[in-house]
Design a protein around this ligand. Structure first.
Ligand code: PEP
Ligand code: MG
Length: 549
């Protein structure tokens, strides 16, 4: 038995077979080769395999995501046959006598750079495509898994790292657990695992060697331990732990239908954070009072091209109808930083968390923003929808947003489309927004405090960097004081304030949040009942909030 240790980011125990996801397409080594002919054959075989995969992907994708969206795979399969592309790779192999992987990577980089420098949107988007096809060929050359999202059986996924866009494309019904070597507890991949309630471990000291592929393992999301080929005693211990966890779940389910009320009668709303409509089932299973954060960018991350207004409308309509009278707060597109979709053609940035992202993209590219706003407003008559905007730093941004919203509403009115009464809120997740929350409160209907980013920006600690996890301290007085200031400013201006960052689920702070008068807390669905239990056991009559500040 081999025992590895990481950080548990979602509680629970998973037992099953390991599926190793390797994607070593970066850092390709340049290796001298003697047998040029053999290398050329190797390249052409990998190219043919890649082509076959793309064509079958195209057929499968047509059923899943429609003909229009599936067309990208057809374009890729044509690009893979491009004479200039092939010639360049073969020339590098022949003249430099180097390995095919390196030749493909170099050609991919060169072509991608050429495409992106052409002043034409169509050509620019081919720059990403040529990188994609090159990576596919390299994976085939390295005989690695090419269809990460295709899992033949229920598996424990072990990967070096997983971007949110990769995680979201995995077939969740077949994922027993996520384990990554890299990755921080505050990353969106960890949040996604918690939202899906899949036992997960990040920052794990596991060796990514092919030997472990297919072996039986146990992932203990509580302790962050992975047992590979566990012995009988460990299996027994883990089964006992699973049974204990089931008993706890049974107890928590007795809290369904009960109020979120403290011993001294203070009430608070408990909402859920979701990434897509499939998460709605767990909101009901855990008795959420509403949706406090619908991370709409996940809709974009699942696709290979922009979702149309109609596609977005259908998703929001379904969410609104399913939730009925219960509130659903849709956060507009928070793309960028770690959440990247290739078709946005976002440039690599040195400091992407502080880069071109979220509302900055929406204000700069109003067509993208408007299509989302139109979809949300059209869906708003089918339920109780509110909108909130991410990464706000100034009153001017809010004013610009309001102008765009007013244009969208006018457009819809002219078209005779009925819309509902939609509350407008903003996320308070930058220190700038927290500090000027007195002014911002006059512009909006509610605040939702995004403690994940607020902590990252206040403490200057990259939430994605696993090396900094020990410095990422959302209990820091600077963060808690800001939360108190924002709450006071909201209430002085008669608007409500919630928390939708992960800190909302931290029961060691529930008394503080209740004490300062937070009106709503939104957490991953699986944390709702634990939080309800904590609220019902709390008495705020003697709470001295100063002790946290
Ligand atoms: C936050 O920053 O706290 C938040 C809720 O948004 P996200 O985690 O999606 O950045
Ligand atoms: Mg955020």
């Amino acid at each position: 038995m081999l025992v590895c240790q990481g950080k548990g980011v979602c509680d629970g125990i998973a037992i099953g077979k390991i599926k190793l996801l390797k994607k070593n397409t970066e850092n390709i080594k340049r290796v001298h080769i003697d047998d040029i002919e053999k290398e050329l054959i190797k390249f052409n075989n990998a190219r043919e395999n890649s082509k076959k995969q793309l064509l079958s992907l195209c057929v499968e994708a047509e059923t899943d995501i429609g003909k229009e969206n599936a067309a990208i795979f057809e374009i890729h399969s044509m690009m893979i046959d491009d004479a200039d592309y092939i010639e360049s790779i073969e020339n590098i192999i022949k003249t430099q006598k180097i390995n095919a992987e390196y030749a493909v990577a170099q050609t991919g980089d060169n072509f991608s750079e050429i495409f992106s420098s052409i002043d034409d949107e169509y050509m620019k988007s081919r720059s990403i495509d040529v990188k994609d096809i090159s990576e596919r060929i390299i994976r085939n050359l390295m005989d690695e898994n090419t269809e990460e999202s295709k899992l033949s059986e229920k598996s424990i996924i072990i990967a070096d790292d997983l971007a949110p866009s990769e995680t979201i494309r995995l077939d969740k019904d077949k994922v027993l657990s996520f384990v990554t070597v890299k990755g921080s507890a505050n990353s969106h991949t960890a949040i996604l695992a918690r939202t899906l309630n899949i036992p997960s471990v990040v920052g794990c000291d596991i060796e990514m060697s092919s030997d472990i592929d297919g072996k039986t393992a146990i992932v203990d999301g509580f302790s962050g331990k992975i047992y590979i080929e566990p012995d009988d005693e460990t299996i027994e211990n883990m089964k006992r732990k699973m049974a204990e966890s089931d008993i706890r779940k049974d107890y928590l389910s007795t809290l369904k239908g009960k109020e979120n009320i403290t011993l001294d009668g203070k009430k608070i709303k408990l909402y859920a954070n979701i990434g897509n409509i499939i998460d709605l089932a767990s909101v009901f299973a855990n008795d959420g009072d509403g949706i406090g954060l619908f991370r709409s960018e996940f809709i974009y991350l699942e696709r290979n091209d922009f979702p149309t207004e109609e596609e977005q409308f259908r998703i929001y309509k379904k969410a609104a109808e399913t939730m009925g009278e219960k509130k659903i707060i849709i956060r507009t597109l928070d793309i960028g930083s770690d959440k990247k979709a290739s078709y946005f053609n976002l440039r690599k940035e040195e400091n992407s968390a502080m880069g071109y992202r979220a509302i900055r993209i929406c204000l700069n590219e109003p067509d993208i923003f408007k299509s989302q706003l139109r979809a949300i407003y059209r869906a708003s008559v089918y339920g109780n929808i509110s909108i909130m905007y991410p990464m706000i730093t100034s009153v001017e941004e809010v004013k610009k947003i309001k102008l765009i919203v007013s244009d969208v509403k006018k457009e819809l009115e002219t078209e005779g489309v009925k819309i509902g009464n939609v509350e407008q809120g903003i996320m308070i997740e930058t220190p700038a927004a927290a500090i000027i929350s007195d002014e911002l409160a006059k512009e909006v209907d509610f605040f939702s405090i995004g403690t994940n980013d607020l902590t990252q920006y206040t403490l200057a600690v990259d939430r994605q960097n696993e090396k900094l996890d020990e410095f990422y301290n959302p209990h820091h007085k600077a963060v808690l004081r800001m939360i108190k200031t924002v709450t006071d400013n909201a209430h002085k201006n008669n608007i409500w304030v919630g928390i939708c960052g992960e800190l909302g689920a931290d029961i060691s702070l529930t008394e503080f949040f209740l004490g300062i008068g937070i009106d709503e807390i939104s957490v991953v669905p699986s944390s709702i009942l634990t939080l309800r239990q904590k609220i019902r056991e709390t008495d705020t009559r003697n709470t001295d909030v100063e002790k946290w500040l």
